[in-house]
Design a protein around this ligand. Structure first.
Ligand code: ASC
Length: 131
């Protein structure tokens, strides 16, 4: 069944894989671990913005707890806070997409990437196990 535990775990893990494969290279460009490429920066920002329109919370439906994943049980005990943190990520990505789309300075893009990374981390700190 599509709403069973394992399909929902696969749904959210696939979602985060897409987020990470777009945000990862943006972070790498900011850190100088990858050559800066404005076109790539724009494409990844646009992808992230599109991903923020998807319903992540469906992937954390009741009954889809942990299993072999790194999702902490606290997610299902603090659903409002969890949803708020996802909303914080959406806002950070929105600001990041704006600065990239506007052809912002690298320093401004770097700041927005940093703020987005903080939103990722705030949720991981509370709701994702270390390994
Ligand atoms: C990434 C990634 C994360 C976040 C996090 C930010 O690129 O895969 O989970 O950034 O490291 O602190």
């Amino acid at each position: 069944h599509f709403d069973d535990k394992e399909p929902m775990q696969s749904y959210r893990q696939s979602y985060f894989a897409l987020v990470a494969s777009n945000f990862g290279p943006m972070g790498a460009m900011v850190k100088g671990d990858m050559p800066w490429d404005d076109a790539k920066m724009q494409a990844y920002a646009e992808n992230l913005d599109t991903l923020m329109e998807l319903d992540l919370l469906r992937g954390f439906a009741a009954g889809s707890e942990r299993g072999t994943t790194r999702a902490k049980p606290e997610i299902w005990e603090n659903q409002e806070d969890f949803a708020d943190k996802f909303e914080d990520l959406r806002k950070a990505v929105d600001a990041l997409d704006d600065v990239v789309e506007d052809g912002g300075e690298r320093a401004a893009i770097a700041r927005a990437v940093g703020e987005t990374g903080k939103a990722c981390k705030a949720c991981h700190d509370d709701y994702k196990t270390k390994d």
